[in-house]
Design a protein around this ligand. Structure first.
Ligand SMILES: Nc1ncnc2c1ncn2[C@@H]1O[C@H](COP(=O)(O)OP(=O)(O)OP(=O)(O)O)[C@@H](O)[C@H]1O
Ligand SMILES: [Mg+2]
Length: 178
């Protein structure tokens, strides 16, 4: 069995979380690891259907994903989790759950600045917020509590997707997980 671990990619909308997760997943799979990507958008369609974007619902969403990721990690899977997770308290609870379960947990802050994210605006959310068609956008008019001591911080505005994924891969290797 391969060594399981959760890699949580936290950061603003359009920071690059999903893109990096899938790039890394491809590489890990090619190397023979078991990998699952628990993407925020997919999770919200099913596992967290009905939850909104209040502080409480965002917390509940993150705890559900954290629970699932820990189960996978405990069973030898690399669970890659590109989910915003704006609140430090929610992220810390997920880390604790992993510690209690004896599963490896790595927090990666995809620290792309909001100016770059709003320029990328993959889903058009920044434009909608600016036009007054949407409110509660993380990092703009909803909180994002930056991780104080992530296991890795990625400045995606200064490197390619491949380089960003390679940095996470190097961290896994350094920790004896890949
Ligand atoms: N080094 C990099 N790492 C990741 N993405 C990058 C990088 N450089 C440029 N990009 C681009 O930035 C965009 C990031 O979009 P992505 O959907 O991955 O963001 P996200 O963080 O998952 O956002 P959301 O929270 O809205 O799902 C993509 O278009 C990607 O090609
Ligand atoms: Mg995404």
């Amino acid at each position: 069995m391969t060594t399981g671990a959760t890699v949580w990619l936290t950061g603003l909308p359009s920071a690059g979380k999903t893109t990096i997760a899938y790039e890394l997943a491809g590489r890990l799979k090619a190397e023979g690891h078991l990998v699952e990507v628990l993407d925020g958008d997919e999770i919200r369609e099913f596992l967290s259907a009905g939850l909104g974007f209040s502080r409480e619902d965002r917390h509940t969403n993150v705890q559900r994903v954290g629970f699932l990721a820990e189960l996978l990690a405990r069973n030898g899977v690399k669970a890659l989790v590109p989910v915003i997770a704006p609140y430090a308290e929610s992220r810390d609870a997920v880390r604790r759950r992993h510690q209690e379960g004896g599963s490896a947990y790595l927090e990666v802050h995809v620290a792309t600045p909001v100016e770059v994210c709003s320029e990328r605006d993959v889903k058009g959310l920044y434009a909608k917020q600016a036009a007054g068609e949407l409110s509660g956008l993380t990092g703009v008019d909803d909180p994002y509590e930056e991780p104080e001591s992530p296991d890795l911080r990625i400045e995606s505005q200064h490197q390619s997707v491949r380089e960003s994924a390679a940095a996470v891969h190097a961290l896994l290797t350094e920790r004896g997980l890949a």
